[in-house]
Each structure stands twice: as structure tokens, then as C-alpha cells.
Design a protein around this ligand. Structure first.
Ligand SMILES: Nc1ncnc2c1ncn2[C@@H]1O[C@H](COP(=O)(O)OP(=O)(O)OP(=O)(O)O)[C@@H](O)[C@H]1O
Ligand SMILES: [Mg+2]
Length: 277
């Protein structure tokens, strides 16, 4: 069983602090959901765990099974068992979908050994069928021209093939029609095991109707401000976030409040000056 530990994590981009003290522990077998209004740092947290180079970690730790994740390059993190299903998967013309996954799987096998093509095809076909994906998808370039829903299913296809220890799925439900949502939800639930810790970033209860969650966290101002269970999702779905903001005395949930306020003040002054002229 793996444990991902995030301790007092601070991260910035272009000198702007986005994550401001995130604490989270995900153990194998557990499913966590992170919810929260737009622009509160959810995708940033996902990118930082996976090692996106544009973010600078200024404080805190990320530890996977006792190893310092912050010391690892992105590919090492992936080989260590961390997987990120992205909110907006990139298109990679020139690399076929199946070549991409096969290469990722080969880098996981022992040095010099590669997965047998026969085994790969059987496993790949099974995953494509289970996700009810089009049969031509394996031969098309990675995500190029894929519909929004196809891109999301393709992230789950990769997850099925790579068998991660910790999977972070960032808005995997967005862009999915109701039937696809059910298929994706059921496929994720089928993957649940004591060897898989799941972190689902989502805005809606819908996905979580197919995937039971143990913990629900709310992110605001770049940190987790409230944690609870399934009941928390139900209340957010019905009432939104205002009651949480009121309860915690949060006026503005976004990460860049000071700067925006500064802009408004500057803007007002500039207008006044213009009027005075
Ligand atoms: N490269 C960047 N440069 C400047 N600002 C950034 C960058 N990446 C993220 N941000 C800002 O950080 C804040 C948090 O963004 P993030 O994508 O983490 O939000 P989120 O909680 O995932 O929102 P959503 O629910 O809309 O997906 C936003 O204000 C965003 O504009
Ligand atoms: Mg996001």
C-alpha cells in the first residue's frame, strides 16, 4: 500500500503564489475528492504533484512511500507510480496513441526488457472495449482531433494500462456525456484496490455517484479549507460554497485577491485622473 503525503506545500508561478500551505495524505485504497470554486488552485496542486516545471515549490514537502517526490523528474514520478489524468490533455501530433502508451509501459519494465507486443495488444484491446472507445483510436495521433469526451476516456485508458499507485484525475468528468460519465465512473471504480490511492478533482456530485469517496476536501485561496465525507459534496451540490465561506470568514476564495484589489484601486484612480483632466 502506497502513501502520498503533502505537507505545508507552497508553490508559485511567475512570482505569484498559488498554493499556500496544502496538507493532504492519500493512502492506497482511499478515494479523496477535491472540490472548490474556479481558480482556487486545484489543477495547480495536481500539476505540482506531477512535477510540471513551470511551478516553483517555495516551501513544504511531497513524499511518496518515504521518498522525496520533489527531488524526482516527471518521468521518475510516473515510474514511481504517480499518474495524472489532465483537465486539458495535450495533443501530440506524430505520436500514435498506442505507441505513446507502449513506450510509457516499456519504461516501467526492467532495463533491457520490453512488454511483449502480443500481451500489449490484448491488454490494450480489452481496455478500449471496456471504455467503449472507437477502434481507430489506438492508431490515431495522441489526442489530435479527439473530441472532449474522447480525450477524457483516453486519460482513463492510459491509467488502466499503467496501473498507477496514486492517480490524480483532474475534472475527468468534464466534457463527458451521461453515458460516458457512467462508463468512466464504472471503469475507475473497477480499478479500485488497496494498491491504488485516488484523488478526484471535480465540480459536481455526478461523477461521485459512480465512484464512492472516503474523503471530500474543499480548496479555497490555495489551500484545503474544509474536509468531510460524502455529505459535504451533497451540501455543496445543493447550496454552493457561500455557506463555507461564511463559516470560515472567507470573503474571496481566489488565490490572487490582493493583486486584483490593487488593480481595482489603481483603475479607479486612473479614471478619476482622466476625469479631472
Ligand atoms: N502559468 C500561470 N501563470 C499565471 N497564473 C497561473 C498560471 N497557472 C495557474 N495560474 C493561476 O492560478 C490560479 C489557480 O489556477 P488553477 O488552474 O489551479 O485553478 P483551479 O482551482 O484548477 O480552477 P478550475 O476549477 O477553473 O479548473 C488561477 O488564478 C490561475 O489563473
Ligand atoms: Mg482546474
Amino acid at each position: 500500500m502506497s502513501i502520498l503525503l503533502i505537507k505545508n506545500l507552497y508553490a508559485e508561478v511567475d512570482g505569484k503564489e498559488i498554493l499556500k500551505g496544502v496538507n493532504l495524505e492519500i493512502k492506497g485504497g482511499e478515494t479523496h475528492a477535491i472540490m472548490g470554486p474556479n481558480g482556487t488552485g486545484k489543477s495547480t496542486l495536481a500539476s505540482v504533484i506531477m512535477g510540471h516545471p513551470k511551478f516553483i515549490i517555495t516551501k513544504g514537502e511531497i513524499i511518496l512511500d518515504g521518498k522525496n517526490v520533489l527531488d524526482m523528474a516527471v518521468d521518475e514520478r510516473s515510474r514511481a507510480g504517480i499518474f495524472l489524468g489532465m483537465q486539458n490533455p495535450a495533443e501530440v501530433p506524430g505520436v500514435t496513441n498506442s505507441d505513446f502508451i507502449k513506450t510509457a509501459m516499456n519504461t516501467r519494465s526492467e532495463e533491457g526488457k520490453s512488454i511483449s507486443l502480443f500481451k500489449f495488444i490484448i491488454q490494450y484491446d480489452k481496455a478500449v472495449k471496456e471504455l467503449k472507445m472507437n477502434e481507430d483510436l489506438p492508431h490515431r495521433y495522441l489526442n489530435e482531433g479527439f473530441s472532449g469526451g474522447e480525450k477524457k476516456r483516453n486519460e482513463i485508458l492510459q491509467m488502466k494500462m499503467l496501473n498507477p499507485k496514486i492517480a490524480i484525475l483532474d475534472e475527468i468528468d468534464s466534457g463527458l456525456d451521461v453515458d460516458a460519465l457512467k462508463i468512466v465512473g464504472e471503469n475507475i471504480t473497477k480499478m479500485k484496490s488497496p494498491d491504488l490511492g485516488l484523488l478526484l478533482i471535480t465540480h459536481y456530485q455526478r461523477l461521485l455517484e459512480y465512484i464512492s469517496t472516503d474523503y471530500v476536501h474543499v480548496m479555497m485561496q490555495g489551500r484545503i479549507v474544509k474536509s468531510g465525507d460524502q455529505k459535504l459534496i451533497e451540501r455543496i451540490d445543493q447550496e454552493g460554497y457561500d455557506w463555507i465561506k461564511e463559516e470560515l470568514g472567507i470573503d474571496d476564495e481566489r488565490v490572487f485577491i490582493e493583486e486584483e484589489e490593487e488593480r481595482i484601486i489603481l483603475g479607479t484612480c486612473a479614471t478619476k485622473e482622466a476625469l479631472d483632466l
